[in-house]
Design a protein around this ligand. Sequence first.
Ligand code: CTP
Length: 427
Amino acid sequence: MAKSKHILLVIGGGIAAYKAAELIRLIRKSGMTVRCVLTESGAQFVTPMTLAALSENEVHTTLWSLKDETEMGHIQLSREADLIVICPATANLLAKMAGGIADDLATTLLLATNRPVLAVPAMNVRMWQHAATQRNIAQLKTDGIIVMQPDEGDMACGEFGPGRLPEPDVVMAEIASLLRSPFLTGAGSLQSELGPNPLDGQPAFAPDQHRPLHGKHVLVTAGPTHEPIDPVRYIANRSSGRQGFAIAAAAADAGARVTLVAGPVHLPTPAGVMRVDVETAIEMEKAVLDALPADVAIMVAAVADWRADSQSGQKIKKEGAAPAPLKLTENPDILAGLARHDQRPGLLIGFAAETEKISEHAKAKLEKKSCDWIVANDVSGPIGESVMGGTDNSVHIVTGSGTEIWERLPKMEVARRLVAKIGKEIS
Ligand code: CTP
């Protein structure tokens, strides 16, 4: 069995420190282990006892514990984690890190580490917007620290604006996405490219160059929709959702915050992806609009073109010889609606399921739906061997500048290539 991942959580001194308790719970729930380092000011907001109870691990608060320096010195502490997370990262802590100051346990291990570091800032809006903080953030990013964007909203201090700590589930999604990233761990990763000891004059991790969708919100639809006729029957199609789920996973691996609006499918949610389950085209449209704004939208779902004009509240019975006629009405075109929306994503990608004249039909769809790219699948072929519902795909990518054809590939590989192409386009 694979070794479970280990997080070192540094808790700075801010009112948002209480949210670290929920983050510990989420980290544990996902099967990872966590060890906490609490700064002196952090201890004004949460107690070591709470953190120890939740993490089921010793909590470290001081550099000057002889017991620790022999058994678990700050260097070892800083090297044993798969990822170091600073949550909340205060303006003071970020400033010290940017200046290379090491005057307590947290700052010393952050200077000594060779592990990737994720900082989750939380502070008053003016402190966040101050030129000094922004300068420090820019420096930290250059140094290879991954810095999450704080949320915007009402603050504990009564002001409004950016600076709030993102919710613990969003931080958890970022952690999961980082740990899944091929750029962070494993063969061919950035870390292995950098060699075993990045302290030898190299930054430990350079996310912005190597995780091409870092900081972007990517919206993906996947799967079929089910359009009810009566309580037991519905109109559907053969879409399995595999291609859309693979794209959502690849986008998360590339550092994006991903919202996946999924029709009824039996697939596990990719790590680090925020999933919204829907049943019908109308529900899918609402979930898509609720998820805006997005930098990129990839509409992979096979939305049912029609729904029953009226839905029977009771099961329709066989009455007489002739079957009851089924009257249909057209569903909204979610993709075309998004193209006209005033929050239209910067890059809008549609899919097309075609059985003949693939590129020709895809070009027509690109124009008709005013999107930027169409990824057309050849869904011809006998049931059971077709792309629809299968594990492989062969696609034609139609853009304003031409058509590329990718011959039969596993859907995950199509997803990786597509995400790499998106990364290039929006960089
Ligand atoms: N789409 C959508 N809403 C719909 C129908 C389709 O958002 N009501 C999106 C799909 O998610 C896909 C693209 O439009 O990205 C094309 O879907 P497809 O089913 O191939 O095209 P249709 O518009 O249904 O055209 P046709 O069935 O006539 O080929």
